[in-house]
Design a protein around this ligand. Structure first.
Ligand SMILES: [Zn+2]
Length: 175
């Protein structure tokens, strides 16, 4: 496993223990070159899940992206990381075991909302407000991006809208 700090390739495992009720193995690693410390997880992947985005594009499901979008909603909230981990794992497992060839980004959004509802009210409201007001999601571009492929928001959404709007306002503002 390459060191995320210096790129060194000889990192050492310092500690290895079961995590997520035995569904994963958590490893603490240290880099001998820069002394950087980081954690990796080993998990079973039941099958590949394809996400169908609103734009019609298909991308492979990425657990890390799901984790990041949930982390954004939970920013500065005091929630046990272990519970967050369980939520992410739970959603991932539901998707992997659903048996459907692909899953819509909306369906993932619903699962995240249902999970956050039981975890933290503020995070739930944050996520839900973004999810339901897709077009006003400028503050949460990174969050929505994590449910797609990293490009900001949906192709049909704000990405296309702001420019005509802005130029319209500019024209209107001129005497
Ligand atoms: Zn390093």
């Amino acid at each position: 496993m390459r060191c995320p700090y210096c790129g060194g390739s000889e990192t050492q495992v310092k500690d290895s223990r079961p995590s997520e009720d035995g569904a994963a193995i958590r490893r603490r690693r240290v880099c001998p070159d820069c002394a950087g410390r980081f954690t990796t997880f080993e998990r079973v992947q039941l099958r590949e899940v394809v996400v169908l985005k609103r734009s019609g594009k298909r991308v492979p499901f990425d657990r890390d992206k799901l984790q990041r979008s949930i982390d954004v909603a939970l920013r500065k909230r005091a929630v046990d990381p272990e519970r967050i981990e369980r939520l992410v794992s739970g959603i991932t497992r539901q998707l992997e075991s659903a048996g459907e060839p692909e899953v819509t980004s909306e369906a993932i959004g619903e699962l995240v909302m249902a999970g956050l509802k039981g975890l933290d009210d503020v995070a739930y409201v944050r996520f839900a407000s973004v999810y339901k007001n897709f077009r006003e999601a400028k503050d949460f571009e990174d969050l929505l991006g994590t449910l797609s492929d990293g490009t900001p928001v949906s192709a049909a959404g704000p990405e296309a809208d702001p420019e005509p709007e802005a130029s319209g306002r500019r024209r209107a503002g001129r005497p």
